[in-house]
Design a protein around this ligand. Structure first.
Ligand SMILES: [Zn+2]
Length: 212
């Protein structure tokens, strides 16, 4: 079940004695030469969606951005504090990543919060505001999938969170320019945490298709 702080300390000891020793040449290279990840992943903060575990990656492989519902906000030059945009800017301009993968997932609490926005208790200020960027997509789902089951509508909203992020990514001129020149590729992925099924968005036919 969920970890206690002691579990973390124990895990850290095992890491230091085991995996850290095994990957010392890699760690040394990353320290002396700096990180040079090719891939930036925008994933949900959900504790069940762990990209390094899902994709079996090593330190230095993934530049991670995690937030509620794996969202990239649109470009907003308002002088406020934009954590996701800052991380994205560093990934693209600072590190020159070649790929940005937006990773949505099934059973997303953030998407659920947005879908229940009409009935929620107003408990969350920042969450409600943050996921409201999915409201238009949710309205489209409700309008076009009126006869679908709740489960199908939820999946559509979760997948729409990926599409909204992909759309918003191109509001950043340095993303748009690099995509147009072929230096950067955007990917929309969706994982079902219950079955480990991974799907990728196919822009040609507008659907999510199984991967691997
Ligand atoms: Zn989520």
């Amino acid at each position: 079940m969920s970890a206690s702080v002691d579990k973390l300390i124990d895990g850290y000891r095992r890491f230091r004695a085991g995996a850290f020793q095994d990957s010392k040449p890699l760690i040394q290279e990353l320290v002396t030469q700096g990180q040079r990840p090719q891939i930036c992943v925008v994933a949900c903060s959900d504790s069940r969606v762990e990209p390094a575990t899902l994709f079996q990656t090593d330190p230095g492989d993934l530049f991670m951005i995690r937030n509620v519902a794996n969202l990239v906000p649109p470009l907003e030059e308002d002088g406020k504090f934009h954590g996701t945009s800052a991380a994205l800017e560093f990934a693209v301009l600072g590190l020159g990543v070649k790929h940005v993968i937006v990773l949505g997932h099934a059973h997303c609490g953030g998407v659920k919060a947005m879908m229940n926005a009409d009935t929620d208790s107003g408990e969350f200020t920042f969450v409600s505001q943050w996921v409201s960027m999915l409201a238009a997509a949710h309205r489209r789902v409700l309008a076009t999938m009126s006869s679908a089951s709740e489960e199908q509508r939820t999946r559509a909203c979760e997948q729409n969170s990926v599409l909204v992020s992909l759309e918003n990514l191109t509001t950043f001129p340095w993303v748009r320019d690099r995509v147009q020149s072929g230096e950067l590729t955007l990917h929309g992925w969706y994982v079902d945490i219950a079955t480990a099924e991974l799907m990728a968005y196919n822009g040609q036919n507008g659907s999510f298709e199984p991967v691997g």
